[in-house]
Design a protein around this ligand. Structure first.
Ligand code: FEO
Length: 167
């Protein structure tokens, strides 16, 4: 059985993963507004990944006979001026989520809950990939600088991303 503290933290992470989904949906919308359909598609795929992350927490809570608590989801911002600010915010968000996952691992150890610690290992690894894929976008945009043709080519590449792949 999950301890009350562990259950609350897992429900909080379920909410955080759905917030991630909502944030990336806002980023997809903004990229579409900026006439970057490839970036918009990349974030749409990211939305699906975050929904899958959320459902992993949902299923795990139920598997441990915990009570799922669906909390309200905050309104994400949507006024990014350009592609670099969108992807930089996405990277900051992933770094924040990584920190949250590490805090959950710490809590699982404190609560003497090796099953939850083992469950969280998938997310520890996933966060390394999540950060690397968004950081890849940040770095590519830095190399492009102010090149509109470079941005056009990058946008076309991002349009090829499929669910389960970084790009
Ligand atoms: Fe669910 Fe992008 O971390």
């Amino acid at each position: 059985m999950l301890s009350p503290k562990m259950l609350q933290a897992l429900n909080d992470q379920l909410q955080a993963e759905y917030f991630s989904s909502y944030l990336y949906l806002a980023m997809a919308a903004r990229c579409a507004d900026l006439n970057l359909p490839g970036f918009a598609h990349w974030f749409r795929v990211q939305v699906q990944e975050e929904n899958q992350h959320a459902l992993k927490f949902f299923d795990y809570i139920l598997l441990r006979r915990g009570t799922v608590e669906l909390k309200g989801i905050e309104k994400p911002k949507g006024d990014w001026p350009d592609a670099p600010t969108v992807v930089e915010d996405a990277l900051k968000h992933e770094q924040y989520i990584t920190q949250r996952i590490h805090n959950l691992v710490k809590l699982a150890r404190e609560e003497n809950d090796p099953a939850t610690e083992a469950f969280l290992q998938w997310f520890v690894t996933e966060q390394v990939e999540e950060e690397a894929s968004v950081d890849g976008l940040v770095q590519q945009l830095k190399i492009l600088g102010d090149s509109p043709s470079g941005l056009f080519i990058m946008d076309r590449e991002l349009a090829k991303r499929q669910v389960g792949g970084a790009e």
